[in-house]
Design a protein around this ligand. Structure first.
Ligand SMILES: [Zn+2]
Length: 713
């Protein structure tokens, strides 16, 4: 997953804190006001197929399940878009003879926070096959128990879907989206059973001009499904139409709705409502579903069709988007499969929800859900070197695509299987998120989508972000991984002081390991070899369904040694399990990159705080431990109103600090709660946390060769 904002600022008034919640899979882009920035977080039965082809041959290489057990049958109806309600029916053919339990996952893979999706369940009831209603007893916050009964058992419930994020479910008259774990309950004891999913279209409300209707009866919903399926089949994009830059337009409303998901079809027309299937529950919830009107574009690479479905208003140049993503995806595929150059799936989907301001992504086995700001998509005038906004989108797409290998197939043993009711602990997110964060931007330059200078600029920003956040000297990325559930995903005003980002710092650990391996083997080995070994050992087997091996908690050092011939146990201990400074300056120099550290444009003095304008008030969001403001008795939450007798806002305070020298005193007035306070701050020089990287043109031949191998140019 990739986050849109610096997680160290969540809940503390970060600039990008408003609007759509982007706390999903990759960190990013936050700027500081007068001091530091925290860690940079800146990222498918047993029914015959109507068209005669098994679903497994259509869309995924995962073998079809054995046709013996009756599948679980799910039916999802966007029953009331204006009230944001999905209705779900789950039929368990062979319920537990002691009484069937159904439960809603507490979290979603890729986003390590207990979210308790059961809280969105509005109503639920159960019936036997004859239609007799039977009582359900709620036995914990997410689980309902039915009495012992003969099958099939039918559970019907409604879910409030108004979470516009990549993790949840969202439904309105414009579109519908759900990530399976937030909508589809588990039938306890039946996780390995095949699942059928019948997706039903919303019913246009009479006289509503095509907008979705309320409370369709089963019959009308079924008829509508058949009508829509027929209509969709009629307007299914043919092979040619589905090629690059097919721009779909329709009259609006559900009549034009299509479905975008990589869940294997089991009778549903292409892009249509109807029947889909999954080999088990884990797969069912790993194909998010978008329904609505979307722009569809596609390209082929690595033996797989790649599609982009853009929902929401946009003016994107889809040809450019396809061109760049194609190059990028080709580079990822070559990294893991240099000889075969084959993707581990036959179809991949980028679901993109375009909004005014938002950022985030969540990885899945053959798709990703992304939220991006409109301005981040390329337009007709996009320069050859992508704008910072577009580069950010490309980095997000790259991050989630890399996850199709790293975490979706190469998995920590701790995630096999996922415990969806409780925290699933691992100390290895610095590998699964950190390495992914390292490769996401690196693959942009290797694929030629961005230039070397642009890459070094992005890398320098990551380094600066980590240097600014003192939490990286307090917590290791292994600890941060383990505590993701209570710390990284639940940040507060003290997070920059106490938290390490397994994304940003994890990506720098990957960089340090990569450069260490390259320089010590004279370029014969690299972190790429480590990734490939992990892929061969754990990832490829995940496809056959025959092996469940994952990376053990202590398995990485020996795996690295096997892949490279080097024992880097000491470095891994110090860098990932300790808080030692990474020797990036020296390592980068060896590959012909200059490293310069300074105060950047921070000005001559600082208070040692992060500030934000909240409700028009200049508020301290973090007081860095041991720095000027904290030493003077100021703290997070204090509102600054005056300095040396003059009213201050963000701009005037900055101007004032620019005219002072370190060691000078500044009398500050402010409010703590509603009480006026006065403090005297001894101004300090800003810390040299800002990094600049550049190509060292006069580096030796060996260094230049290493740099070329590393960056691919
Ligand atoms: Zn991620």
């Amino acid at each position: 997953m990739r986050h849109g904002i610096d997680p160290a600022t969540i809940g503390v008034g970060a600039k990008r804190d408003a609007g759509v919640d982007r706390r999903t899979c990759r960190p990013g882009r936050d700027s500081d006001h007068s001091g530091r920035v925290g860690p940079q977080h800146t990222r498918e039965d047993d029914k015959a197929m109507k068209d005669g082809k098994p679903a497994s041959q259509q869309q995924t290489s995962i073998p079809a399940p054995a046709p013996t057990a009756t599948p679980l049958r799910y039916r999802v109806t966007p029953v009331d878009p204006d009230a944001h309600q999905f209705e779900v029916e789950l039929e368990v053919a062979e319920p537990d003879p002691h009484g069937q339990r159904v439960t809603m996952p507490a979290w979603t893979p890729g986003s390590y926070l207990i979210r308790e999706f059961a809280r969105h369940v509005v109503s639920i009831d159960a019936r036997t096959a004859s239609g007799r209603r039977i009582p359900l007893t709620k036995i914990d916050k997410a689980t309902w128990q039915a009495p012992a009964c003969a099958g099939p058992l039918q559970i019907r419930y409604r879910v409030h879907a108004h979470d516009l994020s990549v993790r949840g479910a969202h439904l309105d008259a414009e579109h519908g989206f759900f990530n399976g774990s937030s909508l589809l309950m588990q039938a306890v004891g039946h996780d390995s059973r095949a699942c059928e999913l019948l997706l039903k279209p919303p019913v246009p409300r009479a006289g509503s001009g095509g907008r979705a209707g309320r409370e369709p009866t089963r019959a009308t919903a079924g008829e509508a499904a058949a009508r829509t399926a027929g209509r969709m089949a009629g307007k299914t994009l043919g092979k040619a139409a589905a090629k690059d830059s097919d721009t779909h337009s329709s009259s609006g409303g559900p009549a034009g709705w299509r479905v975008a998901t990589t869940m294997p079809r089991a009778g549903a027309p292409e892009y249509g409502f109807g029947l889909y299937r999954a080999r088990d529950y884990a797969e069912l919830i790993d194909h998010p579903v978008e329904m609505g009107e979307f722009t569809l574009a596609s390209f082929d690479v690595g033996g797989a069709r790649h599609e982009i479905a853009l929902t929401g208003r946009h003016d994107a140049d889809t040809r450019r988007l396809c061109r760049d993503l194609r190059r990028l995806c080709a580079a990822h595929i070559r990294l893991f499969e240099p000889r075969r150059a084959r993707a581990p799936f036959e179809r991949y989907l980028f679901q993109v929800f375009v909004v005014g301001d938002g950022y985030g992504g969540l990885e899945h086995r053959s798709s990703t859900s992304l939220i991006c700001a409109r301005r981040e998509l390329p337009w007709k005038g996009e320069p050859k070197e992508p704008s910072e906004d577009y580069r950010s989108f490309l980095g997000l797409a790259s991050h989630e695509y890399f996850h199709a290998w790293n975490v979706k197939r190469i998995r920590p043993a701790a995630f096999i299987p996922y415990d969806l009711q409780n925290e699933d602990y691992t100390r290895l997110l610095w590998i699964f998120e950190g390495f992914t964060s390292y490769y996401d931007d690196l693959m942009l330059v290797r694929s030629g989508v961005i230039g070397v200078d642009a890459y070094l600029q992005v890398l320098a920003r990551t380094i600066s972000g980590v240097q600014r956040a003192p939490g990286h000297e307090v917590q290791s990325v292994a600890e941060s991984s383990f505590d993701a559930w209570i710390k990284f995903y639940r940040q507060d005003e003290n997070s920059p002081n106490a938290l390490a980002s397994y994304y940003a710092k994890g990506s720098l650990v990957a960089l340090a390991l990569d450069l260490e391996i390259r320089t010590r083997t004279d370029g014969r080995r690299s972190l790429d070899d480590v990734m490939r070994l992990m892929w061969q050992r754990y990832g490829r087997k995940a496809l056959t369904g025959g092996a469940d091996g994952g990376l053990g908690e202590d398995g990485f050092p020996s795996l690295l040694a096997e892949a490279t011939g080097l024992r880097l146990d000491r470095q891994i201990r110090a860098w990932a399990y300790g808080t030692d400074r990474l020797p990036l300056s020296a390592l980068l120099r060896r590959v012909g990159v200059r490293f310069a550290s300074g105060a950047g444009d921070q000005g001559p003095t600082t208070l040692g705080v992060r500030l934000a304008e909240r409700h028009g008030q200049l508020t301290i969001t973090t007081a860095y431990n041991g720095q000027a403001a904290e030493r003077a008795g100021l703290s997070a939450g204090d509102v600054l109103i005056a300095a040396d007798g003059l009213r201050v806002d963000e701009k005037t305070l900055k101007a004032l600090l620019a005219r002072r020298r370190p060691g000078e005193r500044l009398r500050v007035h402010g409010f703590r709660r509603d009480e006026l306070i006065e403090r005297e701050v001894v101004l300090q020089a800003p810390l040299p946390t800002e990094t600049k990287l550049s190509v060292h043109e006069k580096a030796g031949t060996a260094a230049r060769a290493l740099r070329r191998d590393w960056l691919g140019r």
